[in-house]
Design a protein around this ligand. Structure first.
Ligand code: SME
Length: 160
């Protein structure tokens, strides 16, 4: 396991992700515990990308339940299909929301959140958890975030 996180000294986010993703792989290698791994992944993403809020919601019975995260306190439970996270679960696809005010049913855990990206991780073809990232700036996420965060979800799918 990596003991120190190396953060690329660049404002280019693709380069920061490129340095981060292999370290996330190393962080979880040999550690099967879900909470331990998701906690370190949330911390590594927050430290590297300075996200306003980053964390996981886990599918438990018929709802999403808050998991490890970094940032302000957040809603603990989200129903199937509700909000951006629930839509990601229902539609089984990445949700990229440039302006949360334009997303019908968006759940505002913080009034400071302006844009959002949510990605699913699958187990046996079903969504097992989602990664939610919020920004306090409009239009803060794009295909670059989606591309590299999907690589993170692929790593997560190795231990869930
Ligand atoms: N905005 C999310 C809820 C989770 S918080 O942003 C941490 C949603 O609409 O699903």
């Amino acid at each position: 396991m990596a003991e120190n996180l190396i953060i690329a000294e660049t404002t280019d986010k693709a380069d920061r992700y490129k340095t981060l993703v292999p370290q996330i792989d190393a962080l979880i290698s040999g550690e099967p515990d879900l909470v331990a791994n998701l906690s370190n992944i949330a911390a590594a993403l927050r430290q590297t990308m300075n996200f306003f809020w980053v964390g996981f919601y886990l599918v438990k019975d018929n709802e999403l339940v808050l998991g490890p995260f970094q940032g302000p306190i957040a809603c603990t439970r989200i129903a199937f299909g509700k909000g951006v996270c629930g839509a990601c679960w229902k539609e089984k696809k990445v949700m990229l929301v440039p302006n949360v005010d334009d997303f019908p049913g968006h759940i505002a855990c913080s009034s400071d959140a302006k844009s959002e990206i949510v990605l699913p991780a699958f187990k046996n073809g079903e969504v097992a958890l989602v990664l939610d990232v919020d920004s306090d700036r409009l239009n803060d996420f794009d295909e670059t975030d989606q591309h590299y965060l999907m690589q993170v979800m692929n790593i997560i799918e190795k231990f869930i």
